[in-house]
Design a protein around this ligand. Structure first.
Ligand SMILES: NC(=O)c1ccc[n+]([C@@H]2O[C@H](COP(=O)([O-])OP(=O)(O)OC[C@H]3O[C@@H](n4cnc5c(N)ncnc54)[C@H](OP(=O)(O)O)[C@@H]3O)[C@@H](O)[C@H]2O)c1
Length: 347
């Protein structure tokens, strides 16, 4: 390959407190390194924008060391190997991994998560491997089916119901024969959740009569609450739990800071009376079974039983402001950034 090309990277310039904004990043162009033994060069096609990335740059990182100042912003990505110096990988392979916000990644082969299985991705957009056929899909699938275990006829409430994980949860719950209720922000998203994603009821948490509408939307109470947000939405839903209800704590996007912990109504009495179960969940707990979920999700997408909406930003130049946009609710669907001209605009 030609190494006269420059690699556009988005690097962390200043460590943010709370949600990172455009000023915390800088765009840098540098020559592409040659891959060493055991390394591959990946031309990145799409990078992901996820709420969790807020935690990856804050000083008190949750699971791993925070991105260093001057480091390429960490992100999930999908790309094509252009050069391989590792026996397991070949030029032309489509692969995913934490390749970062950049056009080219020269990485140890161990950084690759998986080769896209052509029998699963087929002619579906490769960007789905960052959403419904990636982390968000397996989060919805295992969080709902394994942790919440919904039964036909039960009521499943989903916060951030028009979002990437939430819209998938709602559609899976519908496939499981449940009554589904989406909670999201603003009239456009509430319409989307009902019209495209098929929720039986769709509520706007910003509406002044949200709590009354929640009551009406759940006449038989709430059996499963799939919580992507925490906050006052969760307080309202917890108050309506049925006996033996299951609450899946998947995300806390309503809060950008947990120090000191946000305060709210105490839920112990409600849990005691209802004998409800509240369980935190992260999708990597089920990593050994992700392949199973990808196959089923791809089949349901092809059958039209799962609708997918992507919010595709055009070019890495949009990356610096893309995380704060998620926390404002700007995204309509799974937010990704198209990186190569091959996938820009025409997608
Ligand atoms: N546990 C896991 O393994 C795992 C894996 C992946 C993702 N997650 C979590 O799943 C959740 C959804 O992620 P996603 O990638 O699908 O994102 P998403 O729902 O597509 O996008 C984030 C959405 O959060 C909503 N939001 C932002 N601020 C809010 C607030 N103050 N109150 C209520 N809603 C707010 C916005 O929607 P509105 O316009 O409706 O406000 C925004 O569109 C996140 O909490 C994420 O961290 C967990």
């Amino acid at each position: 390959m030609s190494h006269s090309l420059l690699n556009l990277q988005v690097r962390l310039k200043v460590r943010p407190v709370g949600v990172p904004t455009a000023e915390h990043f800088e765009l840098v162009r540098e020559p592409i390194a040659e891959p060493g033994p055991g390394q591959v060069t990946v031309q990145i096609l799409f990078v992901s924008v996820d709420p969790a990335m807020r935690g990856w740059v804050n000083a008190a990182a949750n699971y791993a060391e925070p991105v260093p100042i001057g480091g390429v912003m960490k992100s999930f990505a999908v790309g094509r190997i252009t050069e391989s110096r590792h026996p397991r990988w070949r030029a032309g392979d489509l692969v995913t991994g934490l390749f970062g916000w950049q056009q080219w990644a020269v990485i140890d082969a161990s950084v690759i998560d998986r080769r896209l299985d052509p029998s699963i991705i087929g002619d579906l957009p490769v960007s789905y491997s960052l959403g419904v056929l990636g982390l968000n899909g397996v989060t919805a699938y295992f969080g709902l089916f394994e942790v919440a275990q919904p039964k036909p006829g039960q009521t499943v409430v989903v916060s951030s119901g028009a979002g990437s994980v939430g819209s998938c949860v709602g559609q899976l719950a519908k496939i499981a024969g449940c009554r589904t209720v989406a909670i999201s922000g603003g009239p456009e998203k509430t319409r989307l959740a009902a019209d495209l994603f098929g929720f039986d009821a769709s509520l706007d948490y910003r509406s002044p009569d949200f709590v009354a509408r929640l009551e009406q939307a759940c006449p038989k109470g709430v059996d499963v609450y799939f919580d992507n947000t925490s906050g006052s939405i969760t307080d309202a839903v917890i108050a309506r739990l049925n006996v033996r209800a299951r609450v899946v704590i998947c995300g806390t996007v309503a809060y950008t800071d947990w120090s000191p912990p946000p305060l709210g109504p105490r839920m112990e009495r409600q849990l005691l009376v209802t004998r409800a179960r509240v369980e935190g969940f992260i999708a990597p707990d089920f990593q050994h079974r992700w392949g199973e979920a990808y196959s089923i999700l791809a089949q349901w997408i092809r059958e039209g039983r799962i609708k997918v909406l992507e919010d595709v930003l055009d070019g890495l130049e949009t990356a610096p402001g893309s995380i704060e946009g998620l926390y404002r609710g700007d995204n309509m669907g799974k937010r990704v950034i198209s990186v190569t001209s091959e996938h820009r605009k025409d997608h």
